[in-house]
Structure formats: C-alpha cells, structure tokens
Design a protein around this ligand. Structure first.
Ligand code: NAP
Length: 312
C-alpha cells in the first residue's frame, strides 16, 4: 500500500530533499507518494516538518501517524496544542558532524588566541604568549545529548579537559560528567570555555542569567550554538562590558535574523554567526526520516521521539 507523506517543511527545502527522500524511502523498502500539498489532509500518513513550513494547525491531519521534524530543536512545535500525534526530532549524523566541527573550531580559536594574530596588522612582532596545552584547558559543555556528547568526545580526543552537564546522570568515557543544580555550579566554575548545547525548554530558558554567568572563571569565553534564549542577553552584555566574560560566539538568538540594531552586532567582544553551526544534511537526514516511516509502517517504535512533558 502507498504511504502518503506530506513535505510541509517549506517549498524552499523541497529541491534539496526531493531526490534524497525518494531514494531513502526506496532503500527502506517503503512505497511512498511524497507531495508538497495535501488536497485531502485525512489521507496523510506522515508529515515532514520544519519551522517556517506550511502547517501550523495539525487538526485536519487526523490520520497522520507521526510528524517528523527536520530540525533537532523542537521548541517551536512541541507545545502546539493541535499536535496530537507523535513527534520525532532530527538526529542526523551529518548535522552532528557539522556541530562537532563548529564547536571544535571555535574552542580552538579561543584556546590558541588566534584572534590576536588575525587582528595584528601593526607590523609589530607580538610578544609570544605561550598558550596552555589543551590538556591544561577546561571546557564545559551544557547539554550532553547527541550533539553535546559528540562535541565532548571530539574535544577530549584533542586532550581538552571536558566537563559535561545534563538533566539526568550520564557516563561518557573521558568526560567529567555532572547533573542537577550542584553539577551546574561545578561545571560553570570550572569552564574556561563554555559551550551551550541545551534544548530550549521551560527548564533551560535564561539558564545563563547574571548569577550563573558570575560563576564562570574571570575571562571565560562562551560559545552558544544551542538556542538564543538560553542566555539572558542583557546579563551577557553586562558581563562582557565588565570583562568578567572575555568573549562570546553566538550562533542563535531570541529573534532571528538578529536585528541590525541589536547590541551584539557592534559589541567588540561578540562574534555573531547566523545560525550556521550545524545544518541538517538532506542526504543523511532523508535516511533518518525514511527509517522512521519504515518503522511506523512496521509497527516498530519510532526513533528520536520527543517527550512532550520534558519539551525535548
Ligand atoms: P538532545 O540529544 O535532546 O540533548 C539535550 C541535552 O540537554 C541532554 O543531555 C539533556 O539532558 C540536556 N538537558 C535538557 N534539559 C535540561 C535541563 N533542564 N537541565 C540540564 N540538562 C538538560 O539534543 P541535541 O540533539 O544534542 O541538540 C541540542 C540543541 O542544539 C537542540 O535542541 C537545538 O536547540 C540546538 N541545535 C542548534 C543547531 C545550530 O545550528 N545552531 C543545530 C542543531 C541543534 P539528559 O541527557 O538528561 O536528557
């Protein structure tokens, strides 16, 4: 029987996904019709979703067996009251690889003090400041999920001393893992470079407020590819102005695109990257979607289901 899949992730993404999805579904042994619009919503079996796509009200899709998000972060859909069917988020090996590269690159930039040399056009032969080795540098990672763990492992492989923090206890080889409120204080107070890879939920919004920012060692650096609202913008700017936090690299923001008049743009101690840390990669993500549809049709549990109560 043909499975009806509605690609509701937006027309702009369709050219990237059309062929990979068709190929991945065929490889998974699923006979599917994928369309950009559904004249009869009740006939839709699965919805492929991304924020800014074509659906805000899921009510008419009453026979839909699951909504499959192309995004890892689901804060823009998880609380949708019309979403009564299961929701799976994206865990894509290509996306994870990209995040590992982004985090590692920006950690190394801070660790090696690369900016000092990039900025030097003076003709002055700079006094050599010997940086510590990675084995002497502590990096904290808030969020030890798919992305946080992968980044932690990559940094540990470069010899960084990595501290990780999650909601529930985690054990990851080579990583100093912590959880709960006390664990957060331990990770913050040890993190010379802090990476935030938490989902945005009621429990994580504004988690880096003025009090928590003050727990970081003086001169700490922050890399935020998680979500903008994890950090209190005004508290971060105050901490940067005072020099308590030496620099921040921010990829995600409360409003995206970041408005041109936002103080982050002009702040000398902020690097803005435009939500580019890690894209979902159609070739690998299509296989994840296809595998979930195969599972759904076979009556097997879906991968990467979102827990609505937890919000991620
Ligand atoms: P994930 O696998 O769900 O991991 C989330 C981690 O955060 C888990 O370790 C979880 O703890 C922890 N966590 C959640 N709530 C917490 C709380 N209240 N206190 C302490 N720890 C908490 O998610 P992921 O795939 O790694 O993705 C993380 C986030 O990255 C996404 O939600 C998205 O916002 C962001 N992201 C950004 C980009 C980009 O391009 N900038 C791309 C992809 C994703 P447990 O281990 O105990 O569950």
């Amino acid at each position: 029987m043909t499975v009806h899949v509605l690609f509701a992730a937006g027309e702009a993404l369709w050219p990237d996904y059309r062929v990979p999805l068709a190929e991945a579904l065929a490889e998974a042994g699923v006979e599917a019709a994928i369309t950009l619009a559904a004249p009869d919503p009740a006939a839709v079996d699965y919805i492929i979703y991304a924020p800014g796509g074509t659906i805000a009200d899921f009510t008419p899709y009453r026979n839909c067996k699951a909504v499959l998000s192309l995004w890892a972060g689901v804060e823009r859909i998880v609380g949708n009251p019309t979403l009564t069917m299961p929701l799976a988020r994206m865990v894509d090996p290509g996306l994870t690889e990209g995040m590992v590269e982004y985090v590692t690159g920006h950690v190394l930039r801070y660790h090696l003090g690369i900016d000092r040399h990039v900025a030097n056009r003076s003709g002055a032969w700079l006094h050599h400041l010997m940086p510590p080795l990675a084995r002497e540098r502590r990096v904290g990672i808030l969020g030890m999920g798919e992305l946080g763990r992968a980044a932690a492992r990559a940094l540990a492989a470069l010899n960084f001393r990595v501290l990780g923090w999650s909601r529930s206890p985690r054990a990851v080889d080579g990583i100093d893992c912590h959880c709960g409120p006390d664990g957060l204080d331990t990770v913050l107070s040890g993190a010379e470079i802090l990476v935030t890879l938490l989902p945005l939920t009621a429990g994580t919004a504004n988690i880096l407020d003025a009090t928590r920012l003050a727990r970081l060692p003086r001169g700490a650096r922050i890399i935020n590819p998680g979500r903008g609202a994890l950090i209190d913008d005004a508290a971060l700017i105050a901490a940067l102005d005072s020099g308590r936090i030496a620099h921040a690299t921010l990829d995600v923001f409360r409003t995206e695109p970041l408005p041109p008049d936002h103080p982050f743009w002009a702040h000398p101690a902020v690097t803005v990257t435009p939500h580019v840390a890690a894209d979902t990669r159609p070739a690998t993500a299509a296989r994840v979607v296809a595998e979930n549809i195969r599972r759904g049709e076979a009556g097997e549990p879906l991968l990467h289901l979102v827990d609505r109560a937890r919000g991620y």
